[in-house]
Design a binder for this molecule. Sequence first.
Ligand SMILES: *[C@@H]1O[C@H](CO)[C@@H](O)[C@H](O)[C@H]1NC(C)=O
Ligand SMILES: *[C@@H]1O[C@H](CO)[C@@H](O)[C@H](O)[C@H]1NC(C)=O
Ligand SMILES: *[C@@H]1O[C@H](CO)[C@@H](O)[C@H](O)[C@H]1NC(C)=O
Length: 862
Amino acid sequence: MHLKTFLTFVGLLSPALAQRIVPGAYIVEIKGTNTNGFLNKARTNGVKVRHRMTLNQETSIFNGVSFDLEDDTPENRAKINSWGEVVELSPVRLYDAAAPIAQHVTRDVTKLMNKRAGGPLDNYPPHVQGGVNRLHAEGLDGKGIKIAVIDTGIDYTHPSLGGKFGPGNKVAFGLDLVGDRYNGQNTPVPKDDPIDCAGHGTHVAGIIAAVDKDFIGVAPEVTLGAYKVFGCPSVSVGNDVLISAFLQAQADGADLITASIGGPSGWTEDPWAKVVTRIVDAGTPCSIAAGNEGAEGLFYASGAADAIGAIGVGSVNNLNSPVVLTAAKFSSGDIKGKEFGYTPGTGSFGTKSYELVVPVVDGQITDACAGLPADVGDLKGKMVVIRRGTCTFESKAAAAAAKGALNVMLVNNVPGAVDVTVTAPGVSVGMVTPETGAEWVKLVGEKAAISVAFDEKAAGIIDAVPNPLSGGTMSVFSSWGPTNEMYQRPHISAPGGNILSTYPLIFGGYAVLSGTSMATPYVAGVIGLYLQKAKAEGRKVTPAELRVGLTTTGRPLVFNDGAKNSTFLAPVAQQGAGIVDAYKFIHSKTSVDTELLEFNDTQHFRESMSFKITNNGDKQATYKLTEISGATAYTTAEGSTLAKRFPPDMVESYANVKIEPDVLNIKPGQSKRVVVRLTRPDGLDASRIPVYGGWINIASNGVDRLRIPYMGVATAMNKATVINTEQGYPLLRNFKSVTAPANSTIGSRPILEWSLALGSAVVRIDVVSVSNEEANDVPVFTDNTIGSLPGFPNYWNPRTPLGPDDINRVAFTGRIVKKEGEPSVKVPAGTYKLVFRALKMTGRKHTGRDYERWVSEPFVWA
Ligand SMILES: *[C@@H]1O[C@H](CO)[C@@H](O)[C@H](O)[C@H]1NC(C)=O
Ligand SMILES: *[C@@H]1O[C@H](CO)[C@@H](O)[C@H](O)[C@H]1NC(C)=O
Ligand SMILES: *[C@@H]1O[C@H](CO)[C@@H](O)[C@H](O)[C@H]1NC(C)=O
């Protein structure tokens, strides 16, 4: 979900807003099913359209079509909008496959996992972390459940994924909706075969359903559907394709649809998000990755995880970090050809043996930061071992080269091993784990000579190293909520950081990737196990039951900044309910009727909320209710209106929660209602948009335990600043130069640049004539204007990311629109200024004072 988009100068020559859309491409939702009739009507009315995708799968969920508008003018769009059968016309928006954060790929699958993925099958760390191993032990495996995976396709030729595609196989249904050449912008060319050429989808599929002798998925016997929505390489995907894929998967009878795809949004109004909501309402649950934009801080929810009814999934780090190493051998005395693993870096050690020199200073391998010890002698033709740390890899390489050693094996000073790059001429480097280094130090202590042998074609091996720094806590990259409408995302989190899974055979067969992309299929697999059990019991399950079950059985985690645990629990805004507990999810004998208590901001504050507890067990139970607090997180940096990048500032100031009653006796099969009254935390700086949260803990006789997450925003969001005025924006500038005043743009195109400190449901840019005041005949709240820039007002804008290149731009092309939806007209020569407005959060579209306003310098248009 990497965003590198606002920079494109889409807006320069066309009036379209420079954002993540396909210029000229639209989705239209129509009444009835006659999409061909719609296209024909366009053509006979002189609107040239080229068909992209038909978006109805004989269901009543969504009927429409996507098309390219050859003349993408406000006139043509206005014409289409005026037709009675048109429900909504919206641009095709682009989304990305959630880009993996870290990536190690094996070179050869044949010798895989001789040290396994971290232990025997039944204590594979991610499965232990989420409680899946206990369900496997009970015989649950997902058999009979169909999960549709919307992704880059699946390499079903992988032996761990069944070997074949089609009915009766593990990957039994699905299709390629786009063809290999699709890049998001061009027209999709569907074909039958959903084979993966990119990798992401195969990794996702393996997390759900791989079966290998040393590695199995969460629900190894489910049937998968592969809906390929990316080309090769995978670039991005239009929401028309995503809508089509979701509709197709629903029509194909999937029990669950999962997508590790998204993009910054935070609004539920995108057509894809709306379709997800309708599919969920019709009974098919959807799990969607919460996003990998944790670096952006709070209020950065991703679409369509933010869709109402979707299950948004965050990422927790694996307790063990599997590393993919290349195999080599060492010999010393009686030890003959013992295997070890290393990560290759710059250069290659060839297929060759070396004498290994391990300079030990004060019992430790030298870091060589002050050069290598004098007594190592000439190292020409030998391999020298140097400890990582204190100084740069470059200076270590230089120290080795100074003694004639062109082959350097670094020993990591933290668990695992990483790929190292150096530029020292002729020097090749690799890295081994601290364990391998320690083994060599021991041999040196015994005065044994060591030799190492490398093979350029050596196999990959997987080693699993503990991750004491951040294992078992939220991944730093996992996106934070809440949404712009104060709904919490993610709902639930699952192992997604440092996950080993299947990868296309052409790329080596296995890979370690990180992302909410990896956490989402984990939760999909857990749902598969739940549905299998419910089916066996003859029970029909609603999506709401799944959401409630997942969140209320989640386990809250302490906050971790990437290197160390805090003493307090991570904010609900980051972790949602916490890590999934698959065992409790499936075995809980108590249920409630709410997934999350969202108290909203101070203006829309719900002073009390209630929920119902139901005892599904066969004995009377006594429930005791208490509150557990999570940290309160500030959205903005101190003294700023802009969000603080990860980690946000956090305070241990908690809401006061009154629970009535806080002790209940409930008979089997009966329910009772509980009221929660909340007083917001004290002593907070409301201007920094504090987001508080915690859990209502429901414990019964030590048997069952549920926790309902709650959260709220301790400020009035309609007072929070939406326009970023801190970094020199908004800015009206010359097309050619950032510094030239707008006035020098006579005859060229002034460009307006802006950045949003928070999401804004409506952004308007209106034009005021300075030289001819009488021409200002269009009132816009307090301003008399001549009209709006074409393409404005623009709706459902996400917060602008904080990177230096991330900015919104639009050019003034001398045209305006008098009234929304009408054709544009030319303005006469004269002096003008632009009035930029952004609607505040929770603001009302038609109320002027709910907007922030900024006015440009006058500029001359000739
Ligand atoms: C940090 O917290 C997580 C989650 O509770 C736990 O799994 C992990 O072991 C802790 N790490 C340390 C170093 O205490
Ligand atoms: C919070 O209040 C706003 C304004 O009424 C509303 O649009 C939004 O849906 C509310 N959010 C939640 C989570 O209830
Ligand atoms: C631009 O032109 C307007 C109108 O001629 C003038 O009032 C304004 O001072 C000029 N601004 C700059 C930056 O030169």
